[in-house]
Design a protein. Structure first.
Length: 291
């Protein structure tokens, strides 16, 4: 498969991931995903939720992301590719990781595994104390909605919704009664307080990525994963987005995993991880604290 086909495949997979996330969670809307104060009204089976460990009860502060011996192959027949090969990686709470590597090395796939959008064939993924293996698809989707923010290269906003509606979606799915005002606050905090009722086509690329960032941040996730978030933007706009991303990371103390082709950008993270042909080349060798 050539680089162009690979790019198209990754993009299609990313779009599929968003649709999967949207469908997974929107399927639950009629069943409601209310905050714990409304637990008595919840009709769905919460057995699986007991496996989602509230971070406040965790006592010790574990690594926010703990990946052990993960293997993942995708595709069928001759097109089957062993993408992630025995990956183990721990990311501390609040840490910012820059994930770099050649095109096709598995960066996006690893990000999808961390976000619970791809399940590995073997190995374990634990995010904020919750083991993904123990969760069924619905529980995993609920976990994602609360704990994982995702930003893609091509924004993936819903075109028929305004900026405000796009940001309100994950909040509504999480049962937030003030979804709309919270979404407006979040948009104001990324500098789009005067674009609430614009549709994605009425916004510039940089503005669309700000909306996507506001949408990812709105549920106050424990981890934020960003897959080449500046890839579709010009250099100056990309820098603004990245500055905003790091500002939000610093303000909120969430864990950040940033996939980028840009080595200088990756160096702004606490640690740079390099993937090569589905394996980690160096993990933590250049952790800033160690230097
Ligand atoms: P990166 O983000 O580092 O460019 P990806 O994680 O998108 O790499 O892809 C890693 C490899 O896995 C590539 O060789 C790609 O062609 C392959 N791949 C990705 N998705 C699929 C799929 N659904 N089926 C088969 N191969 C895939
Ligand atoms: Mg990629």
């Amino acid at each position: 498969m050539g680089p162009a086909a690979r790019g198209a495949g990754a993009c299609a997979k990313a779009i599929g991931a968003v649709i999967k996330a949207t469908i997974n969670t929107s399927m639950c809307t009629t069943k409601a995903i209310p905050p714990s104060t409304r637990a008595a009204e919840v009709p769905y089976d919460r057995t699986m939720d007991s496996l989602i460990e509230p971070s406040s009860l965790a006592g010790l502060k574990p690594d926010t992301i703990a990946i052990s011996n993960v293997n993942l192959s995708l595709g069928t027949g001759a097109a089957r590719v062993h993408i992630l090969k025995d990956i183990s990686l721990n990311v501390a709470s609040g840490e910012a990781i820059g994930l770099i590597g050649p095109s096709g090395s598995g960066k996006s796939t690893l990000l999808m595994v961390m976000a619970g959008l791809e399940r590995p064939d073997s190995g374990e993924v634990v995010v904020n104390g919750t083991a993904f293996n123990a969760l069924d698809e619905d529980a995993l989707a609920r976990f994602r909605g609360r704990q994982v923010g995702i930003v893609f290269q091509s924004f993936h906003l819903i075109p028929t919704m305004t900026a405000l509606e796009n940001v309100a979606v994950p909040l509504e799915l999480a049962g937030n009664p003030d979804a709309s005002s919270r979404a407006a606050q979040e948009l104001a905090s990324v500098g789009l307080g005067d674009r609430l009722h614009h549709y994605p086509t009425q916004l510039s690329g940089g503005e669309q990525q700000r909306v996507a960032l506001a949408r990812a941040l709105a549920p106050d996730p424990a981890i934020l994963v960003a897959d080449e978030p500046t890839g579709n933007l010009d250099e100056a706009t990309g820098k603004q987005i990245v500055d905003l991303l790091f500002t939000k990371h610093a303000e909120r103390g969430m864990t950040l995993v940033l996939v980028t082709h840009d080595t200088a950008l990756a160096q702004r993270c606490d640690r740079v991880i390099r993937l090569r042909s589905g394996r980690i080349d160096s993990a933590g060798a250049d952790r800033k604290a160690a230097s």
